[in-house]
Design a protein around this ligand. Structure first.
Ligand code: SF4
Length: 343
């Protein structure tokens, strides 16, 4: 998922209803004093947090959001304050849409590269690019075309139809939670074993050990058993931008740990534990302006302290790099002098 057109994308807060001015509404909100859910009408289309059986309704992106910052989770999924789709989310959604069409076919012949680019055209999600100049929007589109051309080159020779694309699941966990989502692709090999593939549009490939710790893949493996009656033999993250797929056998995935994380998150949400956790992603958080960790005058409090720590870290990184360059220069000069002396 990723930055995916899946439950998480569906759960991204859509535009506010036309009768509400979101900016005006946000100005009026005294978010800290109001009980959670007070402003739920701002996003009527968002699935409720509790289902008809009283289970906490989660998805990988909801759990990830909670683990990243419980307060951000509250703003997005309890208060349902609208967020702003960014260019990278829309880029990922578009690539996912094109790849879904690429595999969602009746005939097992591989679509041509032109067809794949046509799927991209059809799937292009412009919502996150609205604030960018046209030239930058075009840069994103051309980049997506390049990524898909390379993808086609990589897979055309081994193309086969998958068992399913965008398989929707609702996975119950111990009557406490239900995790919903969709799996990008499930392949079935000649021995009847399932293989899960999730597309990522990050630039950087994750190390295998990190992929093995992926909560998202563990959830998909449990969902596969729920949907198809068997755990997958392997789970993979396909980093489509650099064109590298990392595959991990199911034995290396911590399924019990994933179940526990889901239960812990559900319990914390049920207990309304939503403290802010300032982190390196605060600068990109849609709710920073209303977050108590970032006082509006910016002159005191936790937010200012975090900014200072980040500035100091950046300065330290620059200093260390400069020190290493100087040390290397001194070593080089010392060696040259020693050579001169020897001659
Ligand atoms: S600004 Fe930071 S601390 Fe505040 S809600 Fe967003 S991520 Fe959490």
């Amino acid at each position: 998922m990723s930055n995916v057109p899946d439950p998480s994308a569906a759960e991204q807060p859509p535009a506010a209803p036309s009768s509400i001015d979101p900016d005006g509404a946000l100005r009026l909100l005294d978010v800290d004093r109001a009980p959670p859910g007070t402003f739920g009408e701002l996003e009527p289309a968002s699935p409720p947090l509790t289902d008809a059986q009283g289970r906490i309704r989660l998805s990988f992106s909801r759990i990830d959001s909670y683990r990243n910052c419980p307060r951000k989770f509250r703003y997005a999924y309890v208060d349902r304050l609208p967020g702003v789709p960014g260019p990278h989310l829309s880029f990922g959604t578009s690539i996912h849409g094109a790849l879904e069409a690429f595999y969602d076919r009746k005939l097992p012949s591989c679509p041509t590269v032109e067809e794949l680019l046509g799927f991209l055209y059809d799937a292009w999600d412009a919502s996150g690019f609205r604030d960018l100049p046209r030239s930058e929007q075009l840069d994103f589109y051309r980049h997506a075309q390049q990524v898909l051309r390379r993808y086609h080159q990589r897979v055309a020779g081994s193309y086969r139809l998958p068992a399913s694309t965008e398989a929707w699941f609702e996975l119950p966990i111990a009557h406490e939670a239900v995790v919903v989502g969709s799996i990008d692709r499930v392949d079935l090999d000649d021995d009847g074993r399932f293989h899960i593939i999730d597309y990522k549009t990050n630039r950087k490939v994750q190390a295998r050990a990190r992929v093995a710790r992926s909560l998202q893949l563990a959830i998909y493996a449990l969902a596969c058993r729920n949907l198809f009656g068997a755990l997958p033999a392997s789970v993979s993250l396909d980093f489509v931008v650099p064109g590298v797929m990392i595959t991990v056998p199911i034995g290396d995935i911590d399924l019990d740990g994933a179940r526990q994380t889901i239960l812990d998150t559900a319990a914390a949400v049920r207990a309304a534990s939503f403290d802010p956790t300032p982190n390196r992603l605060c600068d990109w958080c849609d709710y920073r302006d209303i977050c108590p960790a970032w006082p509006s005058d910016g002159s005191e409090g936790l937010g200012a302290a975090v900014t200072q720590v980040q500035d100091l870290r950046r300065q330290l990184t620059r200093d260390v790099r400069q020190l290493r360059e100087l040390e290397a220069g001194v070593e080089r000069l010392t060696a040259e002098l020693a050579d001169d002396d020897a001659r």
